[in-house]
Design a binder for this molecule. Structure first.
Ligand SMILES: [Zn+2]
Length: 124
């Protein structure tokens, strides 16, 4: 993996028209560039806006998409803790599954659907 996540500048937004959740990640290279990372329903993955991003392999493995996955991981864990009971264990198990699948996909470097747990993926 060539790129490192250096900055933690990730902001969460909700599209006023579509009510879609999306994230913006500040670019390390250019001060005024923010990459938009949106959920892709066909790929079942978070995808960076590839036009501006030079690090992407289909926009899912670039440092911006990965920053968002980190934020989501923390967010999910926090939600699970608040839910209590078995939720933290369940979420941890599903998260580990997703991590494994993403790693495998990054290794293959192509943009086939992740085939992840759809409901878990939609926890955004
Ligand atoms: Zn990117």
């Amino acid at each position: 993996m060539a790129t490192e996540i250096k900055s933690a500048s990730v902001a969460r937004g909700v599209d006023k028209i579509t009510h879609e959740t999306y994230y913006v990640v500040k670019s390390d290279d250019s001060k005024n560039t923010w990459h938009e990372v949106r959920w892709n329903n066909e790929l079942l993955a978070w995808q960076c806006d590839g036009e501006k991003c030079v690090y992407q392999h289909g926009g899912m493995a670039c440092k911006h998409a990965r920053s968002v996955l980190e934020v989501l991981k923390i967010r999910r864990a926090r939600i699970a803790l608040a839910m209590g009971g078995e939720a933290p264990q369940t979420v941890a198990r599903l998260q580990a599954e997703e991590d494994r699948k993403l790693e495998a996909q990054v290794e293959r470097r192509y943009t086939a659907p992740l085939n992840g747990n759809r409901q878990f993926s939609l926890l955004k």
